[in-house]
Design a protein around this ligand. Structure first.
Ligand SMILES: [Zn+2]
Ligand SMILES: [Zn+2]
Length: 285
């Protein structure tokens, strides 16, 4: 019989194993020396449930309140704008009617949510997806149902760079809650467009005219589609997708997004998370 403990003690460990052990020890030591801190306020994290954020900062992420356009849900300047006409639409929706029926993007695109989306999307911190999807689904009203969820697609070049489609990860989690299927192959991005936010409106529209396509348009007819994006900014990308889906016979396209960009001055400060990330008193409904 071999004396295994003796043999193990005397046999030098393979170089790879030794390197892995050293790496692991260094990682643990670095945690002790440089504790992980909250991305927004830099406080050390202990048992905070959301990765990379402390409880106090995460609690600041609250849905926008007040009157909003009945179609795109853009906050309206007047808090009483909907008192007499609850279906009132904003100037943009009235003058250039979008192809989507409604947008649900409940949070303002500002810190700490903006920090979280940046970590998730650009730094590959996919551990945030559950917390982000929870933010979205907990605000969804009952009427926002659909037959199929479709993430806004990335062009294959962008997908190769990023290695994942953030909207698909979100769609997967939202689908689990809503109990409806995700379609991620049908709607495709055919043109690798420039980031839309840096371009004027006319260039954005031109850029997007032929940017999307459907592999199986016959599967869209008669369906209520929930399009998922991470941030709703100008709406031109969502609208280009909604157009192609409506042209294929979709009966209704609803856009779901975590956050929307809001114009400074359009939203009373009380609806926005404070810039100081310390806990604030509860907002009144
Ligand atoms: Zn914090
Ligand atoms: Zn609108």
């Amino acid at each position: 019989m071999h004396n295994w403990p003796g043999i193990l003690a005397l046999t030098p460990l393979p170089k790879d194993t030794t390197r892995a052990m050293i790496r692991n020890l260094l990682r643990q030591a670095s945690r002790l020396l440089l504790p992980i801190t909250c991305t927004t306020c830099a406080q050390p994290l202990t048992d905070d449930p959301v990765p990379f954020f402390c409880r106090s900062c995460w609690a600041l992420i609250r849905p926008l309140r007040g009157s909003a356009c009945a179609r795109c849900r853009r906050p309206l300047a007047s808090p009483t704008a909907l008192t007499h006409s609850p279906t009132h639409e904003c100037h943009d929706c009235r003058t250039r009617k979008p192809h989507y029926a409604e947008v649900w993007a409940p949070y303002a695109y500002c810190s700490p949510l903006q920090d979280a989306i940046a970590l998730f999307k650009y730094q590959g911190k996919v551990a945030l997806v559950d917390a982000l999807a929870t933010l979205l689904v907990r605000t969804l009203p009952d009427h926002l149902t659909g037959d199929v969820l479709m993430p806004i697609p990335l062009h294959p070049n962008r997908l190769r760079q990023r290695e994942f489609n953030q909207s698909l990860l979100l769609a997967d989690r939202v689908a689990q809650v809503l109990g409806c299927p995700v379609s991620y192959r049908n709607l495709v991005r055919l043109v690798d467009t420039e980031p839309q936010t840096s371009l004027p409106r006319s260039a954005r529209l031109h850029n997007l005219r032929e940017a999307f396509g459907l592999r199986a348009p016959q599967e869209i007819a008669g369906k209520r589609i929930l399009l998922i994006d991470d941030v709703f900014t100008t709406g031109t990308t969502s609208n280009a997708c909604a157009k192609i889906l409506c042209d294929a016979g979709a009966v209704r396209v609803t856009v779901l997004a975590l956050a929307r960009s809001v114009e400074a001055g359009m939203v009373p400060d009380v609806w926005l998370p404070p810039s100081d990330p310390r806990p604030q008193p509860e907002l009144r409904a």
